[in-house]
Design a protein around this ligand. Sequence first.
Ligand code: NAI
Length: 400
Amino acid sequence: MKIQQKIEGNVAKNCHPLALQKMIQKQIAYINNAGSIYGPKKVLVIGSSSGYGLSSRIALAFGSRSDTIGVSFEKGPGEKGLGTAGWYNNIYFKKAAEQQGLIAKNFIGDAFTDEMRCQVIDYIRHGFGGKIDLVIYSIASGIRTTPDGKKYTSTLGVRCGEFSGPSFNLESETLSTQSLSQVSDQQINDTIKVMGGEDWRLWIDTLREADVLAEGCKTIAYSYIGPESTYPLYRNGTLGAAKEHLHDTAEILNKKLMADINGEAFIAVCKAVVTKASAYIPIFPLYISLLYKVMKEKKLHETCIEQMHRLMFTRLYPAMGPVITDTERLIRIDDLELRADVQKEVEALRLKVTPANFKEISDFAGYLKEFNELNGFGFEDFDYNQDVDFQKIIELAKLT
Ligand code: NAI
């Protein structure tokens, strides 16, 4: 069979299991060229199969020779299709890391459950040397079932009023107006349940009680603030409410970890990048493609891997001294995105965007290329006309 790309709206409906290796190799090559550093040796990444979690794992394994455990929620091949890109990312990462003599253990399942926490702790004790020194929390999800069995769904919406803006559709390559409505208190609270800090705290509390966090262990979760033009759809929206909760959780965890094991908890405020999760947010992809246009012109462009390299090696594990934060104890790796000259140009472009010119005005092509690559499509040096044997994919998928 030949695998042709399928996109519905801004959602990828399939991936190319073989070509995804290119995506992993590209990120590893970046880190190999960027040079090594002294970082953590035993790392747990929760949300490790794509986006920022995957790039964190690659940056640390190949930049700092870290052994890693990854937890992710992905689907393998079966009757319903070839499975999700993250399933294969886990396999290709593991293969490459093991070739370097590193431990790369993948847990695939629901990170929101106590069962997953137990499995990971058991493995840390019996297969990973007993202690970890960094926990990365990088989950993006629309639903969460809490350990008491209640299911929560997040909503993308604004906390006050309504917000409309131009939004592009990757499938039809068109631009149209999309609106975000005001949400109820219940919807805000449910979004906080899914994307706030509660589950991160459960992980850290459980790991601490199980005595598997090393002295001085750090934990970090990822957040977004963005420029004022995006406040209505992000910072002042439901996602912003969840991120406020995440930031408050970092302070609680920091106090506890400090007192118990001389540990620390941080929030890294990251840059807007193309990922499965960000493509799903209405209006946001257009902002990202305008940002890409300006940052590429200024030679400041960063994708997940460049961001995570800079985060790990210049902020969380700088060559000398403590972790580098702002006055609110946030690690600001969104500094280049928020530079005044960058935002001034993005804003000027945004005001000129129309359905007729958006592809020229923004870096739509660059956005689409990165989106395609997330799912293993669009690599120039890969033969997409080759026949793929489904049985071979099934065998490959077992390597996770
Ligand atoms: P992504 O969609 O690429 O990755 C999400 C990860 O979460 C995947 O590994 C997925 O398997 C995992 N996951 C989802 N539900 C799970 C579950 N129930 N159990 C186990 N794993 C699960 O997302 P992205 O964009 O990398 O987001 C990661 C974090 O970075 C989020 O907190 C997001 O808000 C933050 N961030 C993202 C930005 C962006 O522009 N993409 C900007 C700044 C922050």
